[in-house]
Design a binder for this molecule. Sequence first.
Ligand SMILES: [Ca+2]
Ligand SMILES: [Ca+2]
Ligand SMILES: [Ca+2]
Length: 395
Amino acid sequence: MGVAVGDYDNDGFDDLFVTAYGQSHLFHNNGNGTFADVTQKAGLLGPKEFSSSAAWVDYDKDGRLDLIVGNYVQWAPETDLYCTLDGKSKSYCTPESYKGTSVRLWHNRGDGTFEDVTQKAGLAEPTSKTLGIAVLDYDNDGWPDLLFSNDTQPNKLYRNNGNGTFTEKAVVAGVAFSEDGVARAGMGVDASDYDHSGFPSLLITNFSNQMISLYHNEGKGLFVDEAPRSDIGRASLLTLGFGCFFFDYDLDGWPDVLVANGHIDADIQRVQSNVKYAMPPHLFRNTGKGKFEEVTKSLGQAFASARVGRVPPTLTSIMTAAWIYSSPQMAARCICSGTMHKALQRQTRACASSWLARNPTATAWARPCVLRPAGKRKPRCSAVAPAIFRRASLF
Ligand SMILES: [Ca+2]
Ligand SMILES: [Ca+2]
Ligand SMILES: [Ca+2]
């Protein structure tokens, strides 16, 4: 369901953790273009959970990436409940019908193995129904904190105490509920200092008939949901958002917002005429004054067409771009094979071109397709990737 990229053994090659229903998997990057499934060797075999998002974070600052895994509900095919929207056909039950599951924190011992420190760290919370994770230092104390977006349960914000433990702060920080005190259907989440205030703010997607949450970090440990007063709230009232992230799509230095939308019930329009199954994504441009304007329609029919979105439409390409941040050769390969979305080719081409310039004898196949005219703008090859690395959770 989810994937987290991080070099857990500090060998210079990014490794992969892939979450799943049942057993999740850790893949060690062998450094030669192949991966090895090291789940068992790393001590990660065991928990059979409905794992959604994951993130690598060095929560104890010992120089080694630790692993945080979000889990959804206690569900199994044998305990599946029958729910229906229209009294005729089966549809998804609300997560309120199932019990929650705690997130899990795995401490990196530094010898290629991990230990489960969920209890010790104070993160055990069996009522959570987590779909998204964001790593952010919301109080700017230098210790990474954790935000879990929970579906129909209050979101959780764990402040890192700096001693291996966390304290839950979501209610006092104002990010647990909507402004009218309702736990919403938290799904995708990302954090960014979108107004250059020096503090990271939060974006969380929710269900249809619930706005997106845009929790602005006011400093002093407090957030205020700005969505109801912004384009982001108005535009997202009827949409059902899944994956979301901040990224600077027009390279003006201000983080913009991309959201994938799509309902979970194919028949939703029969019972709610103003809500559709397929929906266009949202792209909100940051106007630079702490405000956003929706620009989805101005980006062409291909981008703005309705679809049953789960991850943002260009996610594969952006993930690829993030991946190749340290591998321009891979960038060249993606460009030449045509697998990269055109909108991202500019940035990645910049990476690949500079690699070719530094390596004049490098692979001949890359030259004709990478060194095409790059257009009017001169993108920096680092423009996309850092924003993606900050992104902790895409569902
Ligand atoms: Ca590695
Ligand atoms: Ca660590
Ligand atoms: Ca902190």
